[in-house]
Design a binder for this molecule. Structure first.
Ligand code: GRF
Length: 193
């Protein structure tokens, strides 16, 4: 399976996905794209020999025009699967529909709790005993598609959003590669770490 990965920043999840596909694996990376030309993950992907593309969303007057520009190199790579990994742009229903059933995203909360932003602060504020990350299929509704995997961490006394984010990110790096491996092999059974 051909995998395209979209990032917006450092791309730590993208790197773990690349590492996981290096050996015997049902998928291989064909493109790493970003909406930000300054995303430091782009150079890391290029250093591993993966083709990259940056489409600066600020250069477009509308979401639709940005997506049309992104679609060109994305479709040219002929991906079977798209992984959003720290990709911080909301995609239109037209875009998500085009990749229905084969676009994944990792979100730093135990969905359906805390879709959207500031997930760790919200979990701490709510006094939750647990937090974590979710990999889900991307649909038109933000952070709401079928869940493919979750990883849980305890919320510790004196937790701050930063300390929680750091521990959740470690679990993201375990979860996303495992979900992608199974998804690429046609296994949709949720991974629960
Ligand atoms: C992190 O907050 C992670 O929880 C979320 O996106 C952000 C950046 O991730 N998935 P990455 O290091 O760019 O993969």
């Amino acid at each position: 399976k051909r995998v395209a990965i979209l990032i917006s920043g450092g791309g730590s999840n993208m790197l773990r996905l690349l590492d996981s596909m290096a050996g015997d694996h049902p998928a291989r990376p064909v493109l790493v794209g970003s909406n930000d030309p300054a995303a430091s993950g782009l150079a890391k992907a290029a250093a591993q020999g993966v083709p990259t593309v940056a489409i600066d969303h600020r250069a477009f007057a509308s979401r639709t025009e940005f997506e049309a520009a992104l679609l060109e190199p994305l479709l040219a790579a002929e991906p079977d699967i798209i992984c959003l990994a720290g990709f911080m742009r909301i995609l239109t229903p037209d875009f998500t529909r085009r990749f229905a059933g084969r676009m994944l995203n990792i979100h730093p909360s135990l969905l359906p709790k805390y879709p959207g932003l500031h997930t760790h602060a919200r979990a701490i504020e709510a006094g939750d005993a647990e937090a974590g990350a979710t990999v889900h299929e991307v649909t038109a509704d933000l952070d709401a598609g079928p869940i493919l995997g979750q990883a849980r961490v305890p919320v510790l006394p004196g937790e701050t959003p930063d300390t929680l984010a750091a521990r959740v990110l470690v679990q993201e790096h375990r979860l996303y590669p495992e979900v992608l491996r199974r998804f690429a092999a046609g296994d949709r059974k949720p991974v629960l770490l």
